[in-house]
Design a protein around this ligand. Structure first.
Ligand code: 13P
Ligand code: SF4
Length: 332
């Protein structure tokens, strides 16, 4: 029983208020010897109770070095899978197993296998936003913060297959000058940003700088002063002398921007259909304080992978961690 007379391991009769949820989550976290890892696209209240908030590469590294019995992963399923692959001794919990990703869905393992087979000598460089099964069929995994560095290490005479994000792939072709065969997947969130709304916002805020994630289509990236991973965008707004920014990525990250760069103004670029909230990732936002509480309480849903699949997916992930080099440089 806690001071409020609530047994922390008994399901609540009705909805709990925010303050009580935070209290029970932090208490359960200690009891379970757990840590909470969260992506920048989580709700602000989840980011605020996480032990670590980061981009995909940083979260992979944090999961690998975590010395906790339990990792409660507040992100999407492929990120929790990476945590399990890199830290098999930990019990990896995810508040909602349905937290998928449109890029992962676009690339089923059987279709990926057929695609690879039609380019027998090619190197398969695969974005981390894919299933463990597709990772296991790949040569090396990349994240948005490590992709350029890794691609530059692949011998020039090799054909490169890049899956599953065609916008990120096309951006990397432009920045590295390296032709690649692209899988036709897209992120349903970054694909939605309205170019018209962005141009209008630039006219209304002439001193604002534009920061965009490379999952956006080329027309959006062409308007940007900075293109990079979520962590890189965060560093950009902190280091820049500008006071106002237009943000073309999931608006969950604006919470960290306001914390780390107080006094600056951040405006989320809207989605293409005007008033819709289609710039909010529906998969990431399946996680809530209520289901984070329930998953720590029940130690479920739990991420399980066969050891055979884990070991097969580990190989290209380890290659990524080696080729990505030292964590975080200004250009990442
Ligand atoms: P980052 O690695 O930049 O955090 O990207 C993850 C993601 O899913 C972007 O949509
Ligand atoms: Fe996937 Fe896009 Fe959501 Fe990132 S924002 S998890 S790429 S659907």
């Amino acid at each position: 029983m806690n001071a409020m007379g609530v047994s922390l391991l008994t399901p609540p009769a009705g909805p709990l208020d925010r303050e009580l949820l935070v209290e029970v989550i932090l208490r359960l976290k200690r009891e379970r010897k757990a840590i909470i890892l969260a992506h920048y696209y989580q709700d602000a209240e989840i980011q605020d109770i996480a032990d670590f908030v980061g981009d995909s590469l940083e979260l992979a590294r944090a999961a690998q070095r975590a010395d906790a019995k339990v990792i409660a992963f507040c992100g999407v399923r492929f990120m929790a899978e990476v945590a399990k692959i890199l830290n098999p001794a930990a019990e990896v919990l995810i508040p909602d197993l349905e937290a998928g990703c449109s890029l992962e869905e676009s690339c089923p393992p059987d279709a990926f296998t057929r695609w690879r087979a039609s380019y027998p000598d090619a190197v398969a460089v695969t974005y981390i936003n894919c299933s463990a099964a597709v990772k296991a069929l790949s040569d090396v995994i990349v994240t948005s913060s490590s992709a350029e560095r890794i691609l530059r290490q692949i011998p020039a005479d090799k054909t490169i297959l890049f899956a599953p994000d065609r916008h990120l792939g096309a951006y990397l072709v432009r920045t590295t000058g390296r032709p690649m065969v692209l899988w036709p997947g897209t992120c349903i969130v970054h694909e939605q940003f309205s170019h018209k709304a962005l141009v209008e916002l630039k006219l209304d805020h002439p001193d604002a700088l534009v920061a965009a994630h490379p999952e956006c289509p080329e027309a959006i990236l062409a308007e940007a002063d900075h293109v990079g991973s979520t962590s890189s965008i965060l560093r950009f707004v902190q280091e820049s002398k500008a006071g106002e920014f237009l943000i073309a990525t999931e608006p969950g990250i604006i919470h960290q921007m306001e914390k780390l760069a107080p006094g600056k103004r951040f405006i989320g670029v809207p989605g293409a259909s005007g008033e819709c909230s289609c710039n909010v990732c529906p998969y990431m936002r399946r996680n809530t304080l209520a289901n984070l509480y329930a998953c720590l309480r029940d130690e479920a849903p739990r991420l399980e992978l066969s050891e055979e699949l884990r070991l097969a997916a580990l190989r290209p992930l380890q290659r990524m961690l080696e080729m990505a080099g030292a964590p975080v440089s200004a250009g990442d």
